[in-house]
Every structure is written in C-alpha cells, then in structure tokens.
Design a protein around this ligand. Structure first.
Ligand code: ZN
Ligand code: FE
Ligand code: FE
Ligand code: ZN
Length: 274
C-alpha cells in the first residue's frame, strides 16, 4: 500500500488533463491511502496583465479550484487534502502570503521553477543550459531552494533537485550543496518532497537523488510523497520506487498535513502491512 500521493494537478492549470474523479479512481486502483491535490497557484509574481500561457489557473479560478477539491473530498473513497504548489520568487513574499492566507489549505508546497525569470524546467527554455556555466546554475538553484525553505511560507519544498530534470549535470561535487540545503530545511522545519516525476524525464531518477535523500535523513528532515501527476494514469506512478529508496535511506515514516499541521504515518517495511 502506498501511504499518500500529495502532488496531483488538475486541468485548471492548462497543461494537465482528466477529471479529478479520474485521479481518485486511479489512486484507489494503485492502493493509495490518501491523496492531496496541489495544483499550480496563480502567477501572483507577474506584473498585472502579464501571464505565462498554459502554466497556471487564473486568480479568478482559485476559488473554483478550492471548491472542486472540497467537493471531491466529500465523495471520495480515499481521504483528499487541499494543497497548492506555489512558486517561490524572491521579493514577492508578501503577495504570496496574502494569497495563501485567503484559503483553507492543508499544506503549501513551495517550488523553484524559475532562476531570475528563466523557466529552467520548461522544455521550450532548455537551450539556455548550453549558454550557462552549469556549476553556477546548480549553485544558484540550490541557494534559491534554501531561501524558499527559510522564507517560512511553505510546509514542503517540491522536487528539491529539479534542476537535474533535463540531465545537464555539472562537473562540481554536489554534496556540499546537498549538505547546506538539508541544513536549511532542518532549520526551517520544512519537509522535502520525494517526487517521482524525475523518472519520466531525462534525469531518469527521483527528486531528490539518493545521495541527497540520505543527507536529508541524516539531518532529520521529514519527507512527503508525490507523483506530480498531470494525467490520471500518472497518479502513484513511481511511488513504489520512491518508497524503496526512502527505506533504504533509513526513513520509516512520511509526513501528512491537515490545516497546515504535520503528522506522521509509518511506511510499511515489506509492502504487505497496510
Ligand atoms: Zn505542472
Ligand atoms: Fe513543480
Ligand atoms: Fe507539480
Ligand atoms: Zn510540479
């Protein structure tokens, strides 16, 4: 049994498909005990009138999203939490805090998808890797992830080494960056998300990497589980592999949230027990 999948999108974001009910049906088929929707928060950090087409729901759709998830939760055979995936953009913290405070989220996942305006995980902006020093790119990325954690705005930090998505790997040793980042997470009291979407991309591995995961464990950083499903059939995909790595790193429990309060659920040792 998979204890949870806390990272499901909805078609409101403009680049996902399927009805929320289909995501829940797949969750039941996959033996997932509880799920959380965490669609992309509206692009609060852009100047008025600006948008990125097909990236996130509009601000006027946010109440609909909340209502849709709450309706779904009432009819669902599995527990459904109300989450959100919010971009972290330095300098826009106040706007983000204001927007988040208006809705009863169970948890907020903080994501770094932009380095100074560069959408580094967007296939359309991939050539930029070829123009940059990869060591610097990775250093900037992890610095921003640490800043996101320390902002106090988030319960969970999404896909904490997303920068490897397209498999542009730097020459430098990453372990000092993992160490610093794990320490920042621990200090901030945030969870790291173990996100299986990396398996579907050139990175070919879960976010975070196994060595980063071991470092997070060493620093007592709790984890959540998410498939980052953008289609019903992706719900739970790769999570058995994620659980295997978690156990191998030493983890015995994952974090769950209700009204932004954390609790823990044990992960079974052999996949039989619950
Ligand atoms: Zn998305
Ligand atoms: Fe993301
Ligand atoms: Fe996502
Ligand atoms: Zn995501």
């Amino acid at each position: 049994m998979i204890p949870a999948d806390y990272h499901l999108h909805t078609k409101l974001c403009g680049h996902a498909s399927g009805e929320p009910e289909e995501y829940l049906e797949q969750a039941v088929r996959q033996g997932i005990r509880e799920v959380g929707f965490s669609d992309h928060l509206p692009l609060y950090f852009l100047p008025p009138g600006k948008t990125i087409p097909g990236y996130a729901m509009g601000e006027e759709e946010l109440p609909l999203y909340v209502e849709m998830v709450q309706n779904c939760a009432r009819k669902s055979p599995v527990r459904v939490s109300l989450g959100i995936e919010a971009d972290y953009v330095p300098g826009c913290e106040k706007a983000l805090a204001g927007l988040l405070s208006r809705y009863p989220f169970d948890y907020v996942i903080g994501s770094v998808h932009f380095l100074d305006g560069w959408g580094f995980d967007n296939p359309a902006e991939m050539e930029e890797y070829g123009r940059r020093d990869l060591d610097r790119v990775y250093e900037e990325y992890f610095a921003l992830v640490q800043q996101a954690a320390l902002s106090g705005l988030f319960d969970i930090i999404a896909h904490p080494d997303l920068i490897k998505k397209f498999a542009f790997r730097p020459a430098r040793d990453l372990s000092p960056l993992y160490e610093e980042t794990a320490r920042a997470f621990q200090k901030a009291g945030v969870c790291a998300e173990v996100n299986s979407a990396g398996l579907r991309y050139p990175a070919g591995e879960i976010y975070p990497s196994f060595s980063f995961l071991k470092c997070l464990y060493k620093h007592n950083v709790p984890v959540t589980l998410g498939s980052d499903a953008h289609r019903p059939e992706q719900v739970g995909a790769g999570l058995p592999e994620a659980l295997r790595l978690l156990r191998e790193a030493g983890y015995q429990e994952i974090a769950l949230f209700s009204a932004r309060k954390k609790c823990f659920r044990e992960i079974a040792g052999d996949g039989k027990q619950d």
